[in-house]
Design a protein around this ligand. Sequence first.
Ligand SMILES: Cc1cc2nc3c(=O)[nH]c(=O)nc-3n(C[C@H](O)[C@H](O)[C@H](O)COP(=O)(O)OP(=O)(O)OC[C@H]3O[C@@H](n4cnc5c(N)ncnc54)[C@H](O)[C@@H]3O)c2cc1C
Ligand code: FES
Ligand code: FES
Length: 484
Amino acid sequence: MTDPIRFLLGRKPVEVSGVAPTTTVLEWLRGDGGRCGTKEGCAEGDCGACTVVLVERGADGALQSRSVNSCIQFLPTLDGKQLLTVEDLKAADGALHPVQAAMVETHGAQCGFCTPGFVMTLYHLHRTYTGKLPPSRETLDRALGGNLCRCTGYRPILEAGAKMFDTPASPDPRDANVANLLAAFKHDHGFVYEAGGRKFFAPSNLAELALVLAANPEARLLSGGTDLGLEVTKAQRDFPVLVSLNEIAELKRIARTATHLELGAGLTWTQAMAPLVTTFPALDELLARFAGPPVRNAGTIGGNIANASPIGDSPPMFLALDAELELFGTKGARILKLADFFLDYRKTALTPGEIVAGVRVPLPRAETKLAAYKVSKRFDDDISAVCGVFALDLDGDVVKAARLAYGGMAAIPKRAAKAEAALIGKKWTLDAANAAGAAIAQDFAPLSDMRASAEYRAKVAANLIARFWHETAGTAATRVVRYG
Ligand SMILES: Cc1cc2nc3c(=O)[nH]c(=O)nc-3n(C[C@H](O)[C@H](O)[C@H](O)COP(=O)(O)OP(=O)(O)OC[C@H]3O[C@@H](n4cnc5c(N)ncnc54)[C@H](O)[C@@H]3O)c2cc1C
Ligand code: FES
Ligand code: FES
């Protein structure tokens, strides 16, 4: 049995069938959907020109919205949701939405190519922001971190972001029925879509997932699609069977036990950020610099770990936090130390039919010093050249345990065993930090690529340990309060 893809385009129910499951939302919008307001800049999630807003029912039935990059979202993932594009913003009488009016007033557009994307990002902020008014510059910077403009410059756009709040958000009467319409799309079985011999499954729980994976051993897993989407748009890969993990409630769990913070693999980075930063404040900057909001609103923890990229940001973070993984598959569930998960370049310990289901992170101890450093060419929305996340357990000023984890330094995300050994049992001094930095040369032989040279990577990886010392134990002027 195959279902059509049913969603609200703006406020109108639509049903789509007969298009390939890997058709992107952007392709469909600009083709069959007849909506060309949404633009294609990069087709890889980088520029934000294609930003749209998705509205869906949460577990409690309440509506939740998020901005995403339509260029790397596959059309079947819209099933059961509302898709809002720039065409949906003006009022029934044609009046501009406050964000559109503010962009006009502040001269926030020149060529206009990026403008629909900025407008949709700001629209989403306008509709969801509950903080103090006017929002701070930092709030606006963070919200706009996934949108690039090559000609207007950001000042007028930031001004528009503040100005739109002169008119507070108010419910649009045309949206009164959205929750009911979305409820009517609900399936009493997992979603199954097929076109041109290509299949897309979205099971609604783990038991269904196990059946789908057992019947389709060749299936490729899909979570947020922020890595996988690029395999289609950039590498023109074909996936005969896709299995989406996005509708599985068990994968969206957030729990805090007496010993661990437990995060479901299906949580997006936006959803995971609050529990992680509340528990480990030192992670705030690293997570805020993980991609930009539309990517963080789709990309998941599980996707980042399973993707096993040597330059992914969460593997070094979770390695330094000594996390373990919950794995689930056709043969049952098991727990595996993250340190045992990455086997070789893009090769993991997952067996066929197995997924990353969650991450268990030990709660912080009072004696632990933690810091996370992302080194990249751009501050916002860039991939790390080197990512270093460090955790030290101190007994007074003596290092009892050290976990120094790096991305960008080897074929896999990895702890620096020799540098750690150089610290254990030593006083936490600048000399000890420098000795650990010197040992980095025995731990890693990094590569040169477009992001950084091998020499730069080696030097920066060593220097970050010295920086960690300055920020945790240096003088009053260099110590960073949040590290305690
Ligand atoms: C513009 C842009 C910026 C980015 N910036 C960053 C960044 O700053 N830092 C960073 O680390 N990454 C970054 N990424 C990469 C990406 O966003 C992350 O890796 C993200 O967490 C991937 O999650 P996803 O849910 O989108 O995975 P998907 O793309 O859905 O899947 C990725 C891979 O994992 C597999 N998979 C997915 N979920 C599971 C699971 N639960 N179990 C087993 N296998 C699974 C898929 O089959 C696929 O092979 C960026 C990407 C883009 C497009
Ligand atoms: S087109 Fe650039 S992010 Fe989608
Ligand atoms: S207005 Fe031209 S790219 Fe932004």
